[in-house]
Design a protein around this ligand. Structure first.
Ligand code: PLP
Length: 431
């Protein structure tokens, strides 16, 4: 049994803590940052970011995996640069992400590319860039990669994404490894494709990829999936094909509320023995685990509205800035940036100004009685925060700030109204 072999430990979550009555990011007071850059803004702790990357790297160090940070969770250049400099590779899912990965100087041999809908142009650009693998999700895609690769006079390395049909016990929108999900190939097709690989002369099939879902708090679904893939690998090898790599995707959960997710160490202890038996080089694609608790969204209270049935804390951030509560009913802790020792509590929803009932950041929360002009922090907003933001209601996207070694840096400027109309044109006929 792997459980119980290591002492139960709570993850050291992050570097957003009160000093006196003010919330700090590392050694920098958040109130001062807000005064300088305005609100709302995303705020990242460089130290927390690297700490989480190193935790996973150290936990798996005995088998030296390739860690490819999943940049869909956060693709800010500053975040990517910090991780790439620390040795991370990147998991990309679009031509745009590949562009950003190369822009921050990621070694192309540390880039893996997943996505069910890679276009011919995206495939061509990725081949020219010399990425490590395409994680292939369908046979038409494999045929297209083969064609493009032949046209360019290359042979490209691929892994096949297998759908292990396991339930990761997470939200249905972030479950990706069940048979009914659009991702990957069924095991039989994977096995047959390795057997028929001569049909794709410009492709070298090197391994298997899986990704069963996100915010998974226990090791068991991973172990189940790896065990299933183990039998598949045995069959493929029996058929005479080679398997050198296994990519087990991302999905490690974090603490948003009172979850007890496994630590990186515990996760590693649970899966390393299975990986060793398979004699493959491991790839991990963590996103949320590395960046989720490294960032918060700071907003200012515009109004407090009390109605007969409900109280609303109306803030200047909204679902266009952080969509996770509206999309997944996700929980994010709300903390006052300045806590007052004596303050009444109230039950309230924290909402934005967008014209949707679904525009909320928190619901039914016992919060300190906020007043207009006060700041609050939406915790655990580093992953799938800014990357999922939009201009809905013609709202400029917020700024991003990073604290590095005791100083803060604006790493993305707040959008201006002019940015909202960039690239638009009104034809003469309409004027
Ligand atoms: N790899 C793949 C293929 C994914 O689709 C995702 C997320 O959807 C990830 C990695 C990252 O997942 P997480 O942020 O949960 O670690």
């Amino acid at each position: 049994m792997y459980i119980g072999e290591i002492k139960e430990e709570r993850q050291v979550m992050h570097e957003f803590k009160y000093k006196g009555d003010e919330l700090f990011c590392e050694d920098v007071g958040i109130g001062g940052i807000a005064a300088a850059v305005g609100t709302p803004f995303y705020l990242y702790s460089h130290r927390t970011l690297l700490d989480h990357y190193r935790k996973i790297r150290e936990a798996f160090s005995e088998i030296n995996p390739l860690i490819c940070f999943s940049m869909k969770s956060n693709s800010s250049l500053a975040v990517l640069t910090a991780l790439v400099k620390a040795g991370s590779g990147l998991d990309v899912v679009s031509g745009g992400e590949l562009f950003k990965a190369l822009k921050v100087g990621c070694d192309s041999k540390k880039i893996v590319y997943a996505s069910v809908g890679k276009t011919e142009r995206e495939i061509e650009n990725a081949i020219k860039a010399g990425i490590l693998f395409f994680n292939v999700e369908s046979l038409p895609e494999l045929a297209l990669i083969d064609k493009v690769s032949g046209k360019l006079g290359r042979t490209v390395d691929c892994t096949l994404r297998a759908n292990p049909d396991v339930d990761p016990h997470t939200h249905k929108f972030i479950t990706t490894g069940k048979a009914e999900n659009k991702f990957g190939l069924d095991f039989k097709t994977v096995e047959e494709t390795f057997g028929n690989s001569c049909r794709y002369p410009h492709v070298r099939l090197r391994g298997i990829h899986i990704h069963i879902g996100s915010q998974i708090t226990e090791a068991e679904p991973f172990r189940k999936a790896i065990a299933k893939v183990g039998s598949l690998i045995a069959k493929i090898r029996k058929g005479g094909a080679r398997i050198d790599w296994l990519n087990i995707g991302g999905g490690l959960g974090i603490i948003y509320r009172k979850e007890h997710p496994q630590s990186a160490e515990r996760f590693a202890k649970a899966v390393i023995p299975l990986i060793r038996k398979l004699d493959v080089r491991l790839i991990l694609e963590p996103g949320r685990f590395i960046v989720g608790n490294s960032g918060v969204l700071v907003a200012k209270v515009t109004y407090v509205k009390k109605t007969r049935s409900r109280n609303f804390v109306i803030v200047d951030a909204a679902m266009n800035d952080l969509i996770r509560p509206s999309l997944y009913d996700a929980y994010h802790e709300i903390l006052p940036v300045i806590r007052k020792p004596v303050r009444r509590k109230m039950l309230a929803d924290v909402v934005g100004p967008i014209c949707e009932t679904g525009d909320f950041l928190a619901r039914d929360r016992k919060l300190p009685e906020f007043r207009s002009g006060e700041l609050l922090a939406v915790m655990g907003a580093g992953a799938y925060g800014f990357t999922m933001s939009s201009n809905y209601n013609s709202r400029p996207r917020s700024a991003e700030v990073m604290v590095i070694h005791g100083r803060f840096y604006v790493v993305r400027e707040r959008e201006k109204y002019d940015d909202l109309v960039k690239g638009e044109a009104v034809p003469r006929e309409l004027r």
